[in-house]
Write a new protein. Structure first.
Length: 567
């Protein structure tokens, strides 16, 4: 049995499909026979072209014209005489290996295009990076994740799966995920929970231990993986699977029940969404509104940025389908573990602390203005609220508000219809904002506590790093104190405060959060009923006393134990 981090509950029993991932950077090596190295390069190039031809044919056969066009551009790049000459010169003159020479030559063009003022040229950098991933596997012998290898039902086993990988996979065939890296609040784990697919992350060396077609059992709630188990074990897990399914079905009775505490206090129970299917689930599971719409998914897995019109249609759809219920749409939050190749972010040593989210939007005015225009135009279709991610100072918030005001005014001047009041709020996910919650509460219209990032920044624990995931804890007293501060100041100033991080969907914490004064929870659609069930058990006054006592404990372990034992 292999043990990892429980990322998404449930049992999956199925055949393994092992995906190995493209290498990011090539190691520099000295070669003695440059002719042989150049031949090796051309062989890899031909193999990559043949692979691309096959993918292009497949894309046409599947009516995926856009994909085919992108792949054709990639193939053309592989034939570019200047690029090929640069690689050959690099091998001949510097006596370096082909992978390194290719990366260096592409790097030259990537830099050139990235430095251009022209957005079209800037966007082409993503194509060049993709090209590298076609040739490299044939040089290094490592396979990259092929977007089309999944032909039947399977359990995916991979070193890592990024949000854009998961968005490309035919998820109807995937029974579960096992990855070597990632933490419980990595976006892949969040997506797995949302899809209700069992997942275990942080299983060291699992891609080396498992072969394609091995029979696997995932227990996502326990964080365990079994390889080629005995038939009796399979039967035991099938029983557990049936019991879990029955439990889930029983919960569905709560769909239309109001989210109300035992003593009659109404709690707002909202949904987090990103992909369109999550909106369908939010509606199916009876959410009171959308507390977080992660718009970055609209920008992933494509070669160009979505236009204002495309974005407008997407936002309009969510607002219309929610029929007047509140919808919080977050402006673009890329960076960290969410990459948008069309923007072509340069690699950084600390991406979670880097050029991302609101920082990028404030620096790239066109990108931000396009999104804000689409949002304001869509605002006539429902109860829209706009939320800015990763705010860390009041100046940043003011700059964002200023641009939003200008966009609003410009649209009015153009004679466009926009909603009469669109509240502007922020994610509270950086400790500086929680510490200044009293100041922010006087300026913003609402707070939404993003505990996924707030925990990692408060405790200095990378939410993606499986080696330190034991240090990443929602029970940590420092985290709870910050949350209390934010709720208290919001209530004092009379602004709304919600929580949209994964903590809000953890049923072990519902009573505590209500005791801390939280009245609005935004959770993955799949957690709506579980949390509602907990809300219905809570009595507000005792919950407050309970929260006070919890805050008297000094360690995460003490708090966890206190919560588990004090019913
Ligand atoms: C958070 O940080 O808590 C959050 C909800 O945002 P994301 O998970 O998209 O970073
Ligand atoms: Mg965040």
């Amino acid at each position: 049995m292999y043990t990892g981090i429980p990322a998404s509950p449930g049992i999956a029993i199925g055949k393994a499909l092992v995906l190995t991932k493209k290498k990011v950077a090539s190691e520099k090596k000295t070669v003695t026979d440059v002719t042989a190295e150049k031949n090796r390069f051309h062989q890899a190039l031909n193999a990559a072209k043949a692979k691309l031809d096959q993918l292009i044919g497949q894309a046409y056969a599947e009516q995926q014209k856009e994909t085919a066009a992108i792949l054709e551009t990639h193939r053309l790049i592989l034939e570019d005489p200047d690029l090929l000459a640069k690689v050959e010169t690099e091998i001949t003159e510097k006596k370096v290996n082909a992978e390194f020479a290719l990366e260096k030559a592409l790097g030259f063009y990537i830099e050139l295009l990235a430095g251009s003022d022209n957005a079209y040229f800037q966007e082409r950098t993503a194509d060049l990076k993709d090209v590298l991933s076609y040739v490299n596997p044939f040089l290094t012998g490592e396979e990259e994740i092929d977007p089309f290898p999944i032909k039947g039902k399977c359990i995916l086993v991979a070193p890592e799966l990024t949000p854009s990988d998961t968005a490309r996979l035919p998820l109807n065939l995937v029974q579960g995920f096992i990855t070597e890296s990632g933490g419980p609040t990595s976006h892949t784990a969040i997506i797995a929970r949302s899809l209700e697919l069992p997942a275990v992350v942080g299983v060291a060396r699992i891609t080396a231990e498992v072969k394609n077609d091995d029979l696997l059992i995932i227990d996502g709630g326990e964080g365990t993986v079994l390889v080629n188990p005995a038939p009796e074990t399979v039967e035991t897990y099938r029983k557990k699977e049936r019991a879990l399914r029955a439990e889930r079905e029983a919960l569905s009775a709560l769909k239309n029940a109001p989210a109300r505490t035992k003593d009659g206090k109404t709690i707002n129970l909202l949904a987090n969404i990103g992909e369109p299917w999550e909106l369908t689930k939010a509606l199916e599971y009876g959410a009171d509104g959308i507390g977080l719409y992660r718009t970055e998914y609209l920008f992933m897995n494509r070669d160009t940025l979505p236009t204002e019109e495309e974005q407008f249609e997407a936002y309009k759809e969510v607002l219309t389908k929610m029929e007047g219920k509140p919808v919080v749409i977050r402006t673009l939050d890329i960076g960290g573990d969410k990459n948008v190749p069309a923007i072509g972010l340069a690699p950084e040593s600390n991406p979670f602390l880097g050029y991302r989210a609101i920082r990028l939007c404030l620096a790239d005015r066109n990108l931000f203005v396009t999104q804000l225009r689409a949002l304001y135009r869509a605002s006539v279709y429902g109860q829209l609220r706009i939320m800015f991610p990763l705010i860390s100072s009041i100046e940043e918030y003011r700059s964002a508000v200023k641009i939003a005001g200008e966009v609003r005014l410009a649209l009015i001047k153009e004679g466009r219809q926009i909603g009469c009041h669109v509240p502007l709020g922020i994610m509270v996910e950086v400790p500086s904002v929680a510490l200044l919650a009293d100041v922010f509460a006087k300026e913003v219209d609402f707070f939404s506590i993003g505990t996924n990032d707030l925990i990692q920044y408060t405790l200095a624990v990378d939410r993606m790093n499986e080696r330190i995931s034991h240090l990443y804890s929602p029970f940590h007293p420092a985290v709870l104190r910050l949350i209390k501060m934010v709720i208290d100041h919001a209530r004092r100033e009379g602004i709304e405060v919600s929580m949209c991080g994964e903590m809000a969907g953890d049923p072990r914490l519902t009573r505590l959060l209500i005791g801390l004064g939280l009245q609005s929870f935004s959770v993955s659609p799949s957690s709506l009923w579980t949390v509602k069930k907990e809300i219905m058990k809570v009595k507000t006054k005792p919950a407050k006393t309970f929260a006070r006592k919890v805050l008297l404990q000094s360690t995460a372990a003490e708090i966890k134990e206190y919560i588990e034992t004090k019913a």
